[in-house]
Design a protein around this ligand. Structure first.
Ligand SMILES: NC(=O)c1ccc[n+]([C@@H]2O[C@H](COP(=O)([O-])OP(=O)(O)OC[C@H]3O[C@@H](n4cnc5c(N)ncnc54)[C@H](O)[C@@H]3O)[C@@H](O)[C@H]2O)c1
Length: 324
C-alpha cells in the first residue's frame, strides 16, 4: 500500500486517482487545511490528521501495510512564507521530518517528495536543469530545499531512498472533469484567469509588464497535473526496482508569458479576460523554464498533455463544472 500525504490536495488527489487506476492500493493522510474530501475516490481511506503527529503516524504505519510514502503535503503560498516564515519551516520542513522518522521507525524506505523550482531561486540560465545552483529566495523555497538536504542525510544514515521531483507550474485538471484545481485563496494564474473570465473576480492582475521578455511579462513553464502524476508513478517504480535516490526537474521545457497564457485562456473559454497592469512583485524572476531531459531519459517520463491548449481546455472544463 502507498501512503499519500497531502493526497486530498490539488496534485495529490490527481496522483491518487492516477495510481488507483493503475491498480495501486492507497491510503491518504491529510489534515484538510487545504484539501478536499470530495476529491478522493470513495474506496481510498482518508485519515484526517496532521503529518507532524508522531503518534498518528505510528497508528497509520501499524494499521496499513505501507511500502512507500508519496508526500505532497505542504503550505505553498510564497508571499505568505515571506511574512510568516515559521509557519512554513514548521509545516514543510519540521513536520516532514516527523514523517521521515516514522518511516525509519517502521522500516519503510521509499519516499517520493514534492519539491519545487522554488529551491533554485533566481535563474542563472534557462532551461534549468538539475545542475542549476540552488539558492532559494523565500522561506517556501528554503523549506523545500531543507527537506532535499535532509533526504540526502537520511539516505546516508538510514538507507531511506527517495526521489525529489521539482515541479515548475502544475496546471490543468483530470480530463474527465471529476477533479481539478481548487485552492483557497487561489493564487495560481490559470484558475485566476478563468475566474476573471467568468466574472467571479473583477479582473486579473498582471504583475510586471516591463520585464526583459518579448511582451514584458513573466514567463513560466506549465506542466499538466496528470503528467506530474505519471512521473510519481515512474519514480516510485524505479526506486522499488533498486535505483538510488535522485532529483528531477519536471516541466514542459517551454515557457509562456502571462499575456500569452491569458490569450490562450481567452481562446479556451471564448470569453474576454479583463486585465489590470500592476507593479512587479518582489522575488518574481522574469523566466522560469525547466529542462526535464533527465526525467525523460532516466525515468522514461513521457508527458501526454504537453500542449498548453490541452492543459487549458482541461482546466476550463473543470472550472465550468467545479464540484468543490
Ligand atoms: N501547485 C504547484 O504548481 C506546485 C509547484 C511546485 C511544487 N508544489 C508542491 O506540490 C505539493 C502539492 O501542491 P498542491 O498545489 O497540490 O497544494 P494543495 O494545498 O492543494 O495540497 C497540499 C495538501 O496538503 C495538505 N496538508 C498541508 N499540510 C499538512 C499537514 N501538516 N498534515 C497533513 N496534510 C497537510 C493540505 O490540506 C492539502 O490537501 C506541495 O508540496 C507544493 O509545495 C506545487
Amino acid at each position: 500500500m502507498i501512503l499519500v500525504i497531502g493526497g486530498a490536495g490539488y496534485i495529490g488527489s490527481h496522483y491518487v486517482r492516477y495510481a488507483r487506476e493503475q491498480g495501486e492500493k492507497l491510503v491518504v493522510l491529510d489534515n484538510l487545511v487545504y484539501g478536499h474530501k470530495e476529491s478522493l475516490p470513495k474506496d481510498v481511506p482518508l485519515i484526517e490528521g496532521d503529518m507532524g503527529d508522531a503518534a498518528l503516524l505510528d497508528h497509520v504505519f501499524t494499521t496499513y501495510p505501507i511500502r512507500a510514502v508519496v508526500h505532497f503535503a505542504a503550505f505553498a503560498y510564497v508571499g505568505e512564507s515571506v511574512i510568516a516564515p515559521a509557519k512554513y519551516y514548521q509545516n514543510n520542513t519540521v513536520a516532514t521530518l516527523a514523517v521521515l522518522d516514522a518511516m525509519v521507525r517502521h522500516n519503510v524506505r521509499s519516499f517520493i517528495f514534492s519539491s519545487s523550482c522554488a529551491t533554485f531561486g533566481n535563474p542563472h540560465y534557462v532551461p534549468m536543469d538539475e545542475k542549476h545552483p540552488q539558492d532559494p529566495i523565500n522561506p517556501y523555497g528554503e523549506s523545500k530545499y531543507f527537506v532535499e538536504r535532509i533526504l540526502r542525510a537520511y539516505d546516508t544514515a538510514y538507507g531511506l531512498r527517495f526521489v525529489a521531483l521539482r515541479y515548475f507550474n502544475a496546471a490543468g485538471a483530470d480530463p474527465e472533469g471529476v477533479i481539478g484545481e481548487s485552492h483557497d485563496p487561489e493564487t495560481h494564474l490559470i484558475p485566476v484567469i478563468f475566474q476573471a473570465a467568468m466574472g467571479a473576480r473583477a479582473n486579473i492582475k498582471v504583475f510586471g509588464t516591463d520585464y526583459d521578455t518579448p511582451d514584458g511579462t513573466c514567463i513560466r513553464d506549465y506542466i499538466h497535473i496528470l503528467d506530474i502524476a505519471q512521473a510519481h508513478a515512474l519514480a516510485l517504480k524505479r526506486l522499488e526496482e533498486g535505483d538510488s535516490s535522485d532529483f528531477f526537474n519536471l516541466g514542459n521545457g517551454q515557457g509562456f508569458s502571462v499575456r500569452e497564457v491569458i490569450a490562450a485562456c481567452e481562446k479556451a473559454c471564448g470569453k474576454p479576460v479583463p486585465i489590470e497592469e500592476a507593479p512587479r512583485r518582489a522575488g518574481d524572476p522574469p523566466r522560469l523554464i525547466a529542462s526535464a531531459d533527465k526525467a525523460h531519459t532516466t525515468l522514461g517520463w513521457k508527458p501526454q498533455y504537453a500542449d498548453i491548449d490541452t492543459i487549458l481546455q482541461h482546466a476550463w472544463s473543470w472550472e465550468q463544472n467545479r464540484r468543490y
